[in-house]
Design a protein around this ligand. Structure first.
Ligand code: SF4
Length: 184
């Protein structure tokens, strides 16, 4: 395979996407609480840093701890990771019907409504499904999906290492991410 040529995996995913069909309708549903509460956008520390450089906001203005946590017997609460902060159910970067950090948007936003589970393509509800998509665009989306999977796998591995190291002995909420532990 020459440099710049899509891998067999990317080719296969792109063909699958073309078979399903997808064309973003710019409805903004994936940036709002639709349907129900499934619009959480998980963000890694590196994605938060990227957004921070783009919009000159501090981490806590960009992201909030993932809403679910695990209560340990010693009173500690463990939360895995961060999600983009929402205001009245909408992503804080969704303004007047569009994304104000579009070029720096996280992997989840770049690849919605698709996700890879191993090499299996998962598809989430979206009004754009079934739309027409060309080969070039499908290859680009498939390439992003593979890059997202690599980034997520690396994040998970780093989080695993944090979890097997001794955690701070403090009561309260611990947020675990690939950078380490944040005590709130
Ligand atoms: S970062 Fe942009 S694309 Fe992602 S949910 Fe927010 S407004 Fe939508």
């Amino acid at each position: 395979m020459s440099e710049g040529e899509p891998s067999g995996l990317v080719e296969r995913i792109a063909e699958r996407i073309r078979g399903i069909g997808f064309s973003c309708t710019l409805c903004g549903d994936c940036c709002r609480g639709f349907p129900d509460d499934n619009n959480l956008v998980m963000v890694s520390p590196s994605e938060i840093r990227c957004l921070s450089e783009t919009c000159l906001l501090a981490r806590d203005e960009i992201a909030e701890p993932y809403p679910e946590s695990i209560a340990l017997a010693d009173g500690t609460n463990l939360t895995l990771g961060w999600a983009i902060r929402r205001v009245q159910g909408e992503c804080r970067f969704f303004r007047n019907g569009s994304c104000i950090v579009y070029e720096s948007r996280p992997w989840i936003c770049r690849t919605y409504p698709f996700m890879l589970d191993g090499e299996t393509l998962l598809v989430f509800p979206c009004r754009g499904l079934g739309g027409s998509i060309g080969r070039k665009e499908a290859l680009s989306l498939a390439g992003d999906l593979v890059s997202r999977k690599v980034a997520e796998d690396e994040e998970e591995e780093k989080i695993r290492k944090v979890l097997i190291s001794p955690l701070p002995k403090v009561k309260g909420r611990l947020i675990i991410d690939s950078d380490g532990v944040t005590v709130l």
